[in-house]
Design a protein around this ligand. Structure first.
Ligand SMILES: [Cu+2]
Length: 119
């Protein structure tokens, strides 16, 4: 085929690939998070997702605590033996701290981070 046609086809292919990559479908993710003695296991401390993903965070805790996802400002109390589901539509990109709020005022610590990467 003539070079001009080949180049044109290549350009179309590249554009199509870029468009497809950008339109990669959002994912529905279920993420298990188990608090033990006020902390998360090391491998659960950083949650990486992509913008537009729909998250279900399934929390358990061995003590009565309140979990606070900053930025999205979602707060949820968790009691031992009663898993809690937190739904998050990852609309905003960025790095958001997840804090543990204890029973006493000022009793706060960082459990981990939610990272929402731009699509
Ligand atoms: Cu907080």
């Amino acid at each position: 085929m003539p070079l001009k046609t080949f180049t044109a086809r290549l350009v179309v292919l590249v554009i199509a690939t870029l468009l497809t990559a950008e339109r990669a479908p959002a994912e529905n993710l279920v993420i298990e998070l188990g608090i033990r003695n006020g902390t998360l296991p090391a491998e659960q401390r950083l949650i990486k997702v992509r913008q537009g993903d729909e998250l279900i965070l399934r929390w358990t805790s061995d003590k009565r605590v309140t979990v606070h996802l900053h930025g999205y400002d979602i707060e949820q109390a968790i009691a031992p033996g009663a898993p809690v589901t937190m739904r998050v539509s990852a609309r905003a990109s960025g790095r958001f701290p997840i804090e543990l709020h204890g029973t006493k005022p000022g009793d706060e610590s960082t459990l981990g981070y939610l990272e929402v990467h731009p699509r």
